[in-house]
Design a protein around this ligand. Structure first.
Ligand SMILES: [Fe+2]
Length: 239
C-alpha cells in the first residue's frame, strides 16, 4: 500500500478514515516530470485578493454579520529554516457556527446562516503573516462510522508561485474532546505533528470586547513541518 513520503504526513491509506480505503493508491507512485509551465506558473491570481476578503463575518452583499463566536485566526507561513514566506495565497473554508457548510452536498440538519458564506482568502505579508476574522465553526456529523462527528476545524490551502505548490491542511481548536475520536486528525502519525495542527489560544491576539484570538503558524517542510493532507482526487467528499 503506498504511503505518503513525509513521516509527518498522514498516510494515503488509513483504514479508520473510510474514504482512504477506496481512494488510496495501490500501486507504487509514478513521478510525473514537471514542465516549465507547472513550475513557473500561472500560479494563483493573488492580485484579486483584497483586504476585505479575510473577514468571513462580513460577506459582500450580506445584510448583517455572521452568527457565532467571533474569532481572529492569525499566524506566519515559514519555511523549514524559519524564514517567512511572503506573498503566499492563504485560503480558508469552514462550516458555520452551527456546523453546516453552504454546499449542496451538506444536508446536515443544522441552520444555514444567510450572512456566512464560509470562505475567505488573503496574502501573506513580507514577514509571512496572515490573518482572518471569522466565527468558530461548529462540529458536524459525517458518515465515516457510527455517531461520527468532526471536531471543529478550519480548512487551509496555501498556494505558492505555481500550480504544483498547493498544500492543504486543517486547523483544529484546543481542548476539543472530539480530537481523540476523529480518524482524520488521528491519521497524522505523531503526537507532536497532531499538536501542530491545533491553533493556540493567543491572548495578545484577542481583542477586548470583540473577538478571541488564535495563532496557527504553518511550516512548509522539515521535521517541524505542518502535516498536510495527501491530494484528494474528488472534492465532493465531505470531510
Ligand atoms: Fe470540514
Amino acid at each position: 500500500m503506498a504511503r505518503s513520503r513525509d513521516p509527518n504526513f498522514p498516510p494515503y491509506f488509513y483504514e479508520a478514515y473510510r474514504s482512504t480505503v477506496r481512494r488510496s493508491p495501490r500501486q507504487p507512485l509514478i513521478a510525473v516530470p514537471h514542465t516549465l509551465s507547472e513550475i513557473t506558473g500561472p500560479g494563483p491570481v493573488v492580485s484579486s485578493a483584497d483586504g476585505e476578503d479575510n473577514d468571513l463575518t462580513q460577506n459582500l452583499g450580506a445584510e448583517g454579520e455572521a452568527i457565532g463566536e467571533r474569532i481572529i485566526v492569525t499566524g506566519r507561513v515559514l519555511d523549514d529554516d524559519g524564514n517567512p514566506v511572503p506573498n503566499t495565497l492563504v485560503e480558508i473554508w469552514q462550516a458555520n457556527a452551527a456546523g453546516r457548510y453552504r454546499h449542496r452536498i451538506d444536508q446536515h440538519h443544522a441552520p444555514l446562516d444567510p450572512n456566512f458564506l464560509g470562505f475567505g482568502h488573503c496574502r501573506t505579508d513580507e514577514q509571512g503573516n496572515y490573518q482572518f476574522t471569522t466565527v468558530k465553526p461548529g462540529a458536524y456529523p459525517w458518515e465515516n462510522h457510527a455517531n461520527a462527528w468532526r471536531p471543529a476545524h478550519i480548512h487551509f490551502s496555501l498556494f505558492g508561485s505555481s500550480w504544483v505548490s498547493r498544500l492543504v491542511t486543517q486547523m483544529y481548536f484546543p481542548g476539543d474532546p472530539l480530537h481523540e475520536l476523529d480518524p482524520i486528525f488521528n491519521a497524522v502519525p505523531t503526537d507532536a505533528a497532531r499538536d501542530r495542527l491545533i491553533g493556540k489560544y493567543a491572548h495578545d491576539v484577542t481583542k477586548s470586547g470583540w473577538a478571541l484570538g488564535y495563532r496557527f503558524d504553518i511550516i512548509l517542510r522539515g521535521p517541524e513541518g505542518t502535516p498536510f493532507e495527501p491530494p484528494v482526487p474528488s472534492r465532493t467528499a465531505k470531510r
